[in-house]
Design a binder for this molecule. Structure first.
Ligand SMILES: [Cu+2]
Length: 287
């Protein structure tokens, strides 16, 4: 039964029909689909166990309700039952552990030679994305996108290729998070270089955020992931390598005008106005 509900395909369709049980649906990476299936299967397994236990409780309440003042035998036990409710939870935990270990191993898997490496550099309070010519800290940056107060940094990546992310921070701990990847990973300063790999499978534009409270302007740390087909990505990267800035390179692959800037989020208005708190023109307390 448990094995049946844990088979990914059916879990996926059941989960979709029930609104994903609170888990964001429509992941955009192969890894996200596996995590989604695991979550849905675990919830279904929990519901099956829950309904069975509720059933037993109500059955006992009705079947063994008080019938007189005589106490039932207080020392009786049933050996097979004792064994059953020791073994069953152990089995459930073992099955959940087994599938979790498989999915986690897959999500954490690094290939020997990824198709594209991106170095994610986080700093207070923005992002830099460096396209690299290889893996590891010794590789070289061939093109780069740097976010500013006025322009949201855009990370363009292709579908169907293994993308290696290598994370490093200039100051404090940040966290790289694209909700549609159903995944985030902390970005550490110093010599810790967190890495992970995904294969994107859905074109589109997705907002990304810093998911680690990193200071006053933590909320400013937005970026946009633009997923395109491999041919367009190659064109984008070639344009960047030829010296175009990110907006020009976006125009080269067809995102012109407003579309060359982020469309899923916009820069925060950091200008202070007269009546904001503690600014000139504000009425001081007590006056
Ligand atoms: Cu941050």
């Amino acid at each position: 039964m448990l094995l049946a509900v844990l088979s990914g395909c059916s879990a996926n369709s059941i989960g979709d029909r029930l609104g994903g049980f609170g888990w964001p649906r429509h992941g955009i990476t192969l890894q996200a689909h596996k995590m989604y299936d695991l979550w849905i299967a675990a919830v279904i397994a929990a519901l099956v166990v829950g309904i069975f236990v509720w059933g037993l409780i109500f059955w006992c309440i009705i079947r063994y309700r008080k019938r007189g003042d005589k106490l039932p035998v207080q020392t009786r036990f049933n050996m097979p039952m004792e064994v059953l409710y020791t073994v069953t939870p152990v089995l459930i935990v073992a099955v959940l552990f087994y599938y979790t270990a498989i999915v986690q191993t897959d999500v954490d898997k690094l290939s020997a030679k990824p198709d594209q490496t991106v170095e994610v550099v986080a700093f207070k309070w923005n992002w830099q994305f460096n396209y690299r010519d290889g893996v590891g800290a010794e590789a070289n940056t061939v093109a780069s996108t740097l976010g500013s107060t006025d322009v949201i940094p855009i990370l363009v990546l292709p579908t169907g290729r293994k993308i290696r992310f290598e994370e490093t921070s200039k100051d404090v701990i940040h966290s790289f998070w694209v909700p549609e990847m159903l995944f985030k990973r902390d970005v550490f300063p110093g010599n810790v270089r967190n890495t992970f790999e995904v294969t994107l499978d859905k074109e589109g534009r997705y907002v990304g955020r810093c998911a680690e409270l990193c200071g006053t302007y933590h909320a400013f740390m937005q970026f946009e992931l633009v997923v395109v087909d491999p041919a367009r990505f190659d064109k984008f990267l070639a344009a960047k390598e030829a010296g175009q800035d990110t907006q020009q390179a976006m125009a080269t692959i067809g995102y012109t005008g407003e579309e060359s800037y982020a469309v899923t989020t916009k820069p925060f208005d950091s200008r202070r106005h007269g009546d904001s708190w503690n600014q000139t023109g504000a009425t001081a307390a007590g006056k």
